[in-house]
Ligand binder design. Sequence first.
Ligand code: CDP
Ligand code: MG
Length: 834
Amino acid sequence: VILGFNLQKDVDILLKRHLHEKSVSKQTLQNYSMSSNTFGRGKKEYSQPEPTAQMISAKEKMLREISLRLRVQQQQWQDSPEGQKMLELRRSLPAYKERDALLKAISENQVVVVSGETGCGKTTQLPQYILESEIEAARGASCSLICTQPRRISAMSVSERVAAERGEQLGESVGYKIRLEGIKGKDTRLLFCTTGILLRRLLVDRDLRGVTHVIVDEIHERGMNEDFLLIVLKDLLPRRPDLRLILMSATLNAELFSSYFGGAPTLHIPGFTYPVRAHFLENILETTGYRLTSYNQIDDYGQEKVWKMQKQAQRKKKTQIASTVEDTLEAANFNRYSHWTRDSLSCWNPDSIGFNLIEHVLSHICKNERPGAVLVFMTGWEDINSLKDQLQSHPVLGDPSRVLLLACHGSMASSEQRLIFDRPPEGVRKIVLATNMAETSITINDVVFVVDCGKAKETSYDALNNTPCLLPSWISKAAARQRRGRAGRVQSGECYHLYPKCVYDAFSDYQIPELLRTPLQSLCLQIKSLDLGGVSEFLSKALQPPEPLSVQNAIDFLKVIGALDENENLTVLGQNLSVLPVEPKLGKMLILGAIFKCLDPVMTVVAGLSGRDPFMTPFDKKDLAESAKAQFSGREFSDHLTLIRAYEGWKHAERQQSGYEYCWTNFLSSQTLRAIDSLRKQFFSLLKDTGLVDTDNESRNKWSHDEHLVRAIICAGMFPGVCSVGNKERSITLKTMEDGQVLLYSNSVNAQEPKIPYPWLVFNEKIKVNSVFLRDSTAVSDSVLLLFGGNISRGRQDGHLKMLGGYLEFFMKPGLADIYLSLKRELEELIHCK
Ligand code: CDP
Ligand code: MG
């Protein structure tokens, strides 16, 4: 197969031919997603010949038998001593008082909205009430409940809890399903899954046949997937009058959802929480005797950070690092608490809530307060880790053996999770450092003290410049109240808000929905593949529709990568991308990797980009970690190729039983590498299902590892993420078409280079923090960009995204771009004539 001169077109032709040959149909695509036949009646049965009366009665008989068996099992458990104890515990939850009212409302209405304080029993009890009542009514065999969770960790922990409450193992009547894993069996009637999993199922089973109840949890968070799911379900309800939809929300803006569903009834579960005393900064200073001067908030941690960066900047004389130093110093100057007015919101800096204030409050609690766990809300994973390291290396909280310090964030391992819920031994104080995920979706029962920094890292999206931003921003009043409420679960509690009261007063009431602050590419692709009509029209039906410009940017992007054609129809490539559980451009890389027979290294890159970075940079060993990483980079000028080498080295070490040592000496996270490994396995089997990969080729050495080829595929996947490289005497200037000058994150291997002997860098992600930063990048040559960087048509002239022609025109001398383009055009014609 000749490929390469109009890559996009050729890939599409190839895929089309391929799909035709293998007659890969929707049936195969179905294998991609949660197989639906575990839910009573799956799709397969519908395509079978009409059943005879005899078959029907045999089936009914079987269903009746299963229902009776389920009822007996449930009754036996409830009558057992352990079951009795569990029931008693469950009955003490506030939701129990509303059980009958809830069930009645659900049986009488197609849509019901339920709200209630976190911990009142919505997630664990409500689905169970429905399941139990269905089983009691001998309808156990034909009911099928799906309860969606915004986060993987809550889907897992809740399903485990519910199974335990029913005296069962996971995978009996209760199961869960998240991206890489899941436990469910043939008897599973209640499935907890992430919202993404349900959306994926809708892709192949638009009517959710066999499902009787859909419960969408945590809708108040207004995640993009949840908002999207609500539009789809709203469309589905008239077609499935027997389907029941239950929406669950923690805070009290239930009316919004109720009116979205035409005035659906709302049920509120009255809360039971103990009073929590709120301390704001003024008051904390007074009670703890902490002295705040205008400059001391740039604490030891901050000082050290600035000092290290200055040292680095001197060493490398790099403008990008120097400017970060300036930013940080400027931040320090802003640190005045003298005017506690609304204006202070604008000059309040994320660093101003210094670690030493948090440490001070923690040590105050440890030394002076009654027993009880502490929950600290911080901005992000990096902060959590640095504080944890710092507290472990300088134990300011008293006897270290009496403090149990734990981190809690979205992607931690399940073994780590359990520790968070467990009660520590007598006399040991549990301190959990958490992101905002501990606000609503998980409940740690023994928390008595909450420390709230007032910020959360929130992605936002600058549609005008088509750039995602990730900045710590102030939380909403609703979130602050929610955080405070976490302290009153078992007894009255205390909440330390590390900001003045006037700052709280200036918070907005609720957080902005995610749909309005993220790029919409994956979502648009999904809308297209679900055949939901025009993207803009569909999204205009959302609770709060996104800006037209954001939608247009996403559509343009999908056109540039070849997922949509000029008429906004899904291409064959687009169809294939919509079923891969990664961002569209990463999916494209996988498909190209399969076509160009270099899937093995490409899978590593894609797995690495869709998860966490396996390279670790402990704060106190930054230089060592950097030089360990540099060993892998060689002279390739590529973060992606560096990752491939590190991963392959680890695989080799694993085979020699020295994987752990390898990770330790090279500052790699074995947990992340293992996650990459299992993602790779999943990619491989998905691609095998499409028929793009034949089974024989599984063995690793069948795939090319040619670095030129891999670099080209990386370029094809990353486009239009391109910036030009200008080597100056002392520094490197990087420019993208949209943002002008951009910088590299300091952990990129290219940030350590004094010169990059290539004209372009392709990158996966750019993010606006203070300036625009590129995360991972790979250097490529003109010819690679020309051949692999997308179509030559010039695209929308007024928009921000342009096709390759636009890029070349923008960056090259005028004549040169023309020569390149006509060369490419001629080559293309030549190939197609042949
Ligand atoms: O969803 P909601 O916030 O209303 O509450 P829930 O998650 O259903 O939790 C209800 C109660 O179950 C909590 O108060 C916890 O006491 C308990 N629970 C637990 O012990 N272990 C879990 N993994 C989840 C909940
Ligand atoms: Mg819940």
